[in-house]
Write a protein that binds this ligand. Sequence first.
Ligand code: ADP
Length: 208
Amino acid sequence: MVHDLREPLRTISAFTELLVQRIPMGEEDKEIAEFIVNGAARMTVLLDDLLAFSSVGAHEAPQRVDLQRAVVAAYGKPGQAIKGSGAKLTIAQMPTVWGNEGQLVRLFQNLIGNAVKYCGPEPPIIFVCAALKGAAWVIQVRDCGLGIAAENQERVFTPFIRLANRDVPGTGLGLAVCKKIVEGMGGTMWVESQLGAGSTFFFTIPVE
Ligand code: ADP
């Protein structure tokens, strides 16, 4: 469904570019055409994220997933700009759990990606660890970044809620995707944070 929605956006971009080639235009008109093409590109990213959000929980048989490997895979994903950020990632010993590997990688990718995006002026320092509490693993992804004010700590998991400046790329769906993945595995997710003092995102995964 969402794939069909992307088709008109491709048409808008392609025909705007064609107009620029066919009609002699001044610099100002070319700039307007560029706004149209950029707007279509931003909408495409939004649709991709919506697709990711809507496809979470599509039923797949759970498999054994080594969380250490999932974090490493998330960190190495291209397009995340993590590698070039000078980020320092420490991974403590992680368990193997029942879940969907692709979704767990996406979960860590979103959390580590955010830790990098919202790190503030210093290079990002990220710590990932796990502890067994009763019948569930409690996983933590901690950063030393900008932090989140108490009144926003629940809201950030709501789809399309963004606290960041408009010039920071994002759709406001990253944490909503994370929460949906965690809840789909029978867990819960929350954040503890202080403005200016970093954030720790927690989620639980039932042991069996
Ligand atoms: P996006 O990053 O696309 O805005 P998210 O759903 O991933 O969407 O995050 C929602 C908002 O929560 C962000 O706009 C940002 O303000 C805040 N946020 C998320 N992760 C962090 C973090 N690690 N540190 C500080 N703020 C964060």
